[in-house]
Write a protein that binds this ligand. Structure first.
Ligand SMILES: C[S@@+](CC[C@H](N)C(=O)[O-])C[C@H]1O[C@@H](n2cnc3c(N)ncnc32)[C@H](O)[C@@H]1O
Length: 248
């Protein structure tokens, strides 16, 4: 999941990538953003992609810095959000070893720290700190490992989506899958993707100098996990983790 991957996805972004804004029917992420927002504050949208969150951010904040590793994504975002004059678009690799960035009062980072590469994740988490002023708020959404394992266990126990089950192509792939899952890396559409435990997320942020206010589930429907979810399958629904934290 490097820059090339995201540049390749960009033209078909809507078809390829899960839309958190559309699928968070609870409105918890919007609520967290609105709680942190003010017309006196600046906000950074880290990994903004094609700019789905920009209209909300540009309306609620004085100024938005929309950043992404993909230049194509940023061009699309700029075109989609041209009605919002208070947005600056900056190509930025949060996994780079050194980063020059003007910090903001609030940072929103929604399903952007997905790379299976540990070094890149370490750098990404360190960069979060650079993006915020002291006392600034971070709203971070990441895939949940607990949710992914729960869905896998249900799929296996009740043969859900058996007809769509992908065969493991080779011994190498089986070895990689086994090695990855120990690190919380598991495939989404055949792409190794980092998933996080709640305690892991809290620890990672604490070690980067954040105080965690809350970690909450952002629930989605079972249709987001299975083509044919069993009729009896209800709560708990699959979820991402949303964490709200303050930079010390
Ligand atoms: C799944 S998309 C999420 C987009 C958006 N936050 C949303 O919720 O609609 C992940 C985005 O993170 C960006 N990204 C991935 N790694 C990055 C990095 N190292 N630095 C900056 N952006 C990155 C990708 O280019 C992609 O646009």
């Amino acid at each position: 999941m490097d820059r090339q991957y995201w540049e390749r996805i960009a033209p078909n972004y809507n078809e390829e990538i899960f839309d958190v804004l559309q699928n968070d029917k609870s409105g918890k992420i919007i609520h967290a953003i609105e709680t942190a927002a003010s017309k006196d504050k600046t906000v950074m949208d880290i990994g903004c992609a094609i700019g789905k969150w920009i209209p909300l951010l540009a309306t609620a904040f004085k100024y938005v810095v929309a950043t992404d590793i993909s230049a194509i994504n940023l061009d699309i975002a700029k075109e989609r959000c041209k009605d919002y004059p208070n947005v600056d678009y900056q190509r930025m690799d949060m996994s780079a070893y050194s980063l020059t960035v003007t910090p903001c009062d609030v940072a929103v980072c929604i399903n952007a720290i997905l790379t299976d590469n540990l070094k890149k994740r370490i750098n990404f988490f360190q960069s979060l700190d650079l993006c915020l002023n002291k006392g600034g708020s971070l709203i971070l959404v990441v895939p949940s490992l607990e949710s992914k394992l729960y869905a896998n266990i249900i799929a296996n126990r009740w043969n859900v989506d058996e007809e769509n089950k992908e065969k493991i192509a080779s011994e190498e792939k089986a070895y990689a899958l086994a090695k990855n899952i120990k690190q919380g890396v598991t495939d989404i559409d055949n792409v190794p993707t980092k998933h996080y435990l709640k305690e892991e997320l809290e620890l990672l942020l604490k070690l980067e100098g954040f105080t965690v206010d809350c970690v909450e589930k952002i629930n989605y429907t079972w249709k987001t996990e299975f083509h044919n979810p069993p009729k009896w399958l209800d709560e708990p629904y699959p979820w991402d983790w949303m964490c709200v934290a303050q930079k010390d």
